[in-house]
Design a protein around this ligand. Sequence first.
Ligand SMILES: Cc1ncc(COP(=O)(O)O)c(C=O)c1O
Length: 375
Amino acid sequence: MKIPMVDVLAGYSGIKDEVETAVRTVMNKGNFILGEEVAGFESEFAALNGSKYAVGVANGTDALRLSIVACGIRPGDEIITTPFTFIATTETISQSGAVPVFADIEPDTYNLDPRSVEKKITSRTRAVIPVHLYGHPADMDALAALAKKRALRVIEDCAQSFTAQYQAAGKEWKFTGAIGDCGAFSFFPAKNLGAFGDGGLVATDDPKIAEELKALRNHGSKVRYLHETEGFNSRLDTIQAAILSVKLKHVLKWTEMRNAVAAKYRAALKDVCAPAVVRSGCRHSFNYYTVRFKSKAARDAAQKHLSDNGIANQIYYPVALHQQPAYGRLGYKKGDLPVCEQAQDEVFSLPMYPELSDEQIRTVTDAVKEAVLIK
Ligand SMILES: Cc1ncc(COP(=O)(O)O)c(C=O)c1O
């Protein structure tokens, strides 16, 4: 049985009529750029996420890019982030003229380790970008305390974490992206809330940042043809916003279904390899389900066995950013971020989407068990 990593159309039949009506409505109105559906989706998203403002943009990369500018980052500033992420997190830092500074990660959640972050703070540090990797919230309590002490901005990379929740000690549960200064979301089709193309959004509680983001996404213009600053062409398409509004109503249920798949993976694999952890005070969105093996050889053998049997799998991420040629100029060497360097050799992710059947889940977990036995 062939099993894909993600099946973006698996849940489509249940929402097809509503999606097609929403798209047809926009096509009949012709309000393709910043039509009322964009503002409608923004307020629905903000309400669900518990954020005061939400600003739709063209994709998750731009959500980070515009957040960095709106948070007042300037050329030469340093931003501390994780090397165990997709390059969008850091190319947007460099492209703003700032310098990405890599801190190490925690061995169980693979998220930024606040103790390593603290050691990397200099007089030029202006911000920290935690990535809620795979959908597990980063240690926001510790990062927020550091940010407060050192007057840093916090931009959450929520590309993989929409609907994940976090509870700071003694406080109420919050959705990721409603904790730092900005939360940057991606609606790439494979995300928990996926568009039919590219899309992104920034959530914030700060009215000034929201105002600035709205200008930045539209060439720096608040009033037509008047530009206080230069900006970008980075608007969320009206058609995508209309589709996202329909899908938003189902997203919490889909995350529950992902968590049910994760529970079955965990039950079957807990004695075979290290299953995904969910720390207390965290609710996972399971955009990816990542397991860990005892060695690179064991991981590589398991990966090969799954691939040979038609079961998709993927290493997120095989080469950490501090070891990528694109960042050779920053001068990191092997051994600088040892927790991350070991993790990239020992993890891979299994197929994960809400509609995975029990039979598919059993096929995947049987294959992982066989691989470990063969080894
Ligand atoms: C952690 C992370 N950040 C940022 C992005 C960028 O999002 P987009 O592809 O919508 O530009 C992604 C997308 O895969 C991601 O995984």
